[in-house]
Design a protein around this ligand. Structure first.
Ligand code: 13P
Length: 341
């Protein structure tokens, strides 16, 4: 393993002004997104949609540091025969790949999940590296509810994240370690804080036990945030203050960068939260976005599966990428959104 090179890639993924496009929706998830805009999910429509994003010159060259791909996409070619991964490389962004194989029910723990995909992972990583992937993603899912999460769910998921991260580094691939505490419930921000703290502490303990080099990874956490169904929604400043406090308490400064998931926040909330955190700087790590929905909802709607809407889709994507790029430096203002609208 060449740790200097892993560290160089990790730092580039979280460079100020840039962040990561999570375009790694599984076939099931992208179908749900396409259903919402009335588009049939086929190999070709998925290719056309992602080609539109990767050919968005302004977004890709100025505001996107890396793109997380799904297995199908990394092997696909654009309409003109250029591999999609080449489009990403040519824009200056770094290609990455989601390598987990989704979740399964955790035995003896009703309602809880464990992420699977470690079998044969070493062989798969080798092929992805040859194809050009320089970082990977593995997402663990922790739900908050009555009596959950259990320590069992936290510990098996942290163990798997660390197994995955160690295998990535051995394959010269930067692991994005993503322990996502869901925001689906009616819990308040303090419960989210407390659960996320337990999850992050256990994750870093496992990373340490399994000898993962913190300098060669990126953390992808949720923010400390109120559950979607909670009657009392914490304001932007509280989310920013509590998230920064939580991360400072749990994430060693050796980690080069943290890139948030959006997790169901609205586009503008996700941007405002990141921006407000940068107002609390200086911070010990790079802090940016690795959004899926909060970057793609607008372009999906603008595109709606029609070739004549490609330019509109690209401009919607470029706008969100620019807003989040500014937020990653604390330079975003809500008036910039209104001007564009
Ligand atoms: P969202 O930003 O839509 O939560 O997706 C990010 C991601 O990659 C989840 O694994």
């Amino acid at each position: 393993m060449n740790l200097t090179e892993l560290n160089r890639i990790a730092a580039a993924m979280v460079a100020p002004g840039k962040g990561i496009l999570a375009a790694d929706e599984s076939s099931g998830t992208i179908k749900k997104r396409f259903d919402a805009i009335g588009v049939d999910s086929t190999e070709t429509s998925r290719r056309d949609y992602r080609e539109m994003l990767f050919r968005s010159k302004e977004a890709m060259s100025k505001y996107i540091s890396g793109v997380i791909l799904y297995d199908e996409t990394i092997w696909q070619d654009a309409r003109d025969g250029t591999p999609l991964i080449k489009l990403i490389e040519e824009s200056g962004a770094i290609p990455g790949i989601k390598v987990d194989e989704g979740t399964q029910g955790l035995p003896m723990c009703p309602g809880e999940l464990v992420t699977v995909g470690l079998d044969k992972l070493a062989e798969r990583l080798k092929k992805y590296y040859e194809r050009g992937a320089r970082f990977a993603k593995w997402r663990a899912v922790i739900d908050i509810g009555s009596g959950i999460p259990s320590m069992t769910a936290i510990s098996v998921n942290a163990h798997a994240l660390a197994r995955y991260a160690a295998l990535c580094q051995a394959a010269q691939i930067v692991p994005i370690v993503e322990p996502e505490v869901l925001m689906d419930g009616d819990h308040d921000i303090d419960r989210c804080y407390e659960v996320t703290q337990r999850v992050l502490n256990q994750t870093f303990q496992e990373l340490c036990v399994q000898r993962v080099a913190l300098e060669g990874m990126v953390l992808k956490p949720n923010m400390a945030i109120s559950g979607k169904k909670c009657a009392k929604q914490a304001p932007v400043e509280e989310v920013a203050e509590k998230t920064v406090r939580l991360l400072k308490a749990c994430v060693p400064a050796a980690v080069p960068g943290i890139a948030f998931l959006s997790g169901g926040q609205s586009d503008e909330e996700a941007t405002a939260h990141l921006n407000a955190m940068h107002k609390l700087g200086p911070l010990p790590w790079g802090l940016t976005f690795s959004y899926g929905r909060a970057l793609q909802a607008a372009p999906q709607k603008a595109w709606s599966g029609k070739a004549e809407n490609v330019a509109a889709g690209q401009s919607a994507f470029s706008h969100r990428a620019r807003m989040n790029g500014l937020a990653s430096k604390g330079e975003w203002q809500s008036s910039l959104e209104k001007k564009a609208a």
